[in-house]
Design a protein around this ligand. Structure first.
Ligand code: NAP
Length: 267
């Protein structure tokens, strides 16, 4: 299978490096294209191509450009795509309906998470009606290189992205606040506090996933009635829901505005 990536920016590069490192691709099976030629000159792990050459050779074509550039790239490559290839857009805001105005090709949308860097992405995927089960299997297997794949209907991609793509930022900011507060109550250096909290956070997640535990079960196990932990968990359950509701209200509203801007940029 030949995989092509158009747009050697943050996402395109990450995908290319991961696909290459998987060892699943032979010579000539990874293709790359980019607007500014300098990025391709430095690329040693894929065959440098023009957008149209890539589209005419690849079985799966990842388009990793910003929304403002997406329309022109799709218009340019649409006539060259192989009849049976799969087109993949990385932009959550550009809908299949908008893409259909340019090309009626088999199309998927893919939203990876930053945790792809350690092959633990939970990548959101959705498909237009033309994508076959075999295409889905090929894409799942490819994206399996960077972690798990979660298939959602197009109307749930926004909230799905909040839960896996934005969540590393939410988690980091929550625990940043917790560590800053802890610092005020101890002489343990911040660096050590952060390590303790991060390892506990990561181990708690693994424990819950491995043993299929609920949040409630963990809280009950640790926060015995009338004990010290319970004092803390009571505060969190009393005060944090308002902040969490506000967070999703704000991010989902911003997502709507971003989708509107992306649609305008797409034209
Ligand atoms: N970054 C993230 O965390 C993330 C996460 C999920 C989804 N996404 C989505 O992924 C897409 C790409 O984002 P990004 O952060 O990777 O963007 P980026 O770093 O700005 O990279 C975009 C790349 O596209 C290239 N490009 C632009 N127009 C082109 C054209 N006509 N032909 C060929 N290449 C062209 C640019 O080339 P130049 O070198 O000339 O600028 C640049 O290398 C966006 O839709 C974004 O919403 C991003």
């Amino acid at each position: 299978m030949t995989v092509g990536i158009i747009g050697m920016g943050s996402m395109g590069n990450m995908l290319l490096e991961k696909f290459y490192a998987s060892g699943k691709f032979g010579e000539g099976e990874l293709l790359a294209a980019n607007r500014s030629p300098e990025k391709l000159e430095q690329c040693r792990i894929a065959v440098p191509c023009s957008n149209t050459e890539l589209a005419s050779r690849a079985d799966i074509v990842f388009v990793c450009v910003r929304p403002v550039d997406l329309k022109s790239v799709l218009s340019e490559i649409a006539p060259c795509l192989k009849e049976d290839s799969l087109l993949v857009s990385l932009n959550g805001s550009i809908t299949f309906d908008m893409i259909r105005n340019i090309t009626d090709h088999k199309t998927a949308k893919v939203i990876p998470s930053v945790t792809a860097e350690i092959n633990r992405s939970q990548t959101i995927v959705c498909y237009n009606g033309k994508v076959t089960e075999q295409d889905k299997e090929s894409l799942r297997s490819l994206l399996g290189i960077i972690g798990e794949v979660i298939e959602l209907p197009e109307n749930e991609v926004g909230m799905g992205s909040e839960l896996v793509s934005c969540m590393p930022g939410f988690i980091a900011s929550i625990f940043d606040v917790v560590c800053t507060s802890a610092e005020k109550h101890t002489d343990i250096p911040r660096e050590q506090i952060v390590k303790m909290v991060l390892n506990t956070m990561s181990a708690t997640g693994d424990l819950m996933l491995r043993n299929d535990m609920t949040f409630d079960e963990v809280v009950t196990r640790v926060a015995t009635k009338g004990g010290i932990t319970e004092e803390g968990t009571k505060v969190i359950y009393e005060m944090f829901p308002e902040a969490a509701d506000e967070m999703f209200d704000k991010t989902l509203e911003k997502r709507k505005q971003t989708a509107k801007k992306a649609a305008e940029a797409f034209g």
